[in-house]
Design a protein around this ligand. Structure first.
Ligand SMILES: Nc1nc2c(ncn2[C@@H]2O[C@H](COP(=O)(O)OP(=O)(O)OP(=O)(O)O)[C@@H](O)[C@H]2O)c(=O)[nH]1
Ligand SMILES: [Mg+2]
Length: 178
């Protein structure tokens, strides 16, 4: 059995905890605390990490880790990156500048993205269609980052599974070229 460590990162409230809890086949571990940041309309926020597990159809086992979203916890990003095989960046399109949010994670996870694989998933697009998927693609292109971009609703289990499968495809593609 092959095991892969996969990270979910991205904006606070984009749905890292939701995504992992939707697909995990074990009870998820979370470190939620009551949210005291009034700029975020959410009752709880993750301060340490999320953890869940999923076995893919091909038998591969994914260990799923959710990072804290906030920059002030970026020391956790480096810790969690160790041994990770891929990264899913969740962007909340309700943000005032989703492309700047993306930059923060591209910078924070530069080594992981460069050496392994990455998928960018944009949430809340039905209510906040701008910037569109093509703007994210152009932005990644301009930075020379090879990474697919897809819309997502993390509340839909099947969509989260698709994200993981897309990431695994990316991983296979990068491994073939190295
Ligand atoms: N209406 C709507 N709600 C969504 C959508 N995507 C995610 N949500 C909700 O947004 C919330 C996301 O919260 P979390 O999963 O806690 O987000 P998080 O990324 O773990 O946040 P932090 O841990 O604080 O960084 C959940 O309540 C989801 O149900 C969407 O497309 N539409
Ligand atoms: Mg969370």
């Amino acid at each position: 059995m092959i095991e892969h460590k996969i990270l979910f990162s991205g904006t606070t409230g984009a749905g890292k905890t939701t995504a992992i809890s939707r697909v995990s086949e074990v009870a998820t571990l979370t470190t939620e605390v009551r949210n005291t940041d009034l700029s975020i309309s959410k009752n709880t926020t993750t301060v340490g990490l999320d953890y869940g597990e999923l076995t893919l159809d091909n038998g591969d086992k994914l260990r799923l880790y959710g990072t804290p979203g906030q920059k002030r916890f970026d020391f956790m990003w480096e810790i969690l990156s160790h041994g990770a095989l891929g990264l899913i960046i969740l962007i909340d399109n309700r943000s005032s500048d989703p492309l700047a949010d993306l930059d923060m994670y591209l910078n924070g996870f530069e080594r992981l993205i460069d050496e392994e694989a990455c998928v960018v998933a944009v949430g809340r697009m039905e209510t906040h269609p701008e910037p569109g998927i093509e703007s994210f693609i152009a932005h990644l292109d301009a930075r020379g980052v090879l990474c697919p971009v897809v819309p997502v609703d993390v509340r839909e289990t099947s969509q989260v599974v698709e994200l993981l499968e897309l990431l695994m495809l990316q991983l296979e593609a990068t491994q073939e070229t190295t």
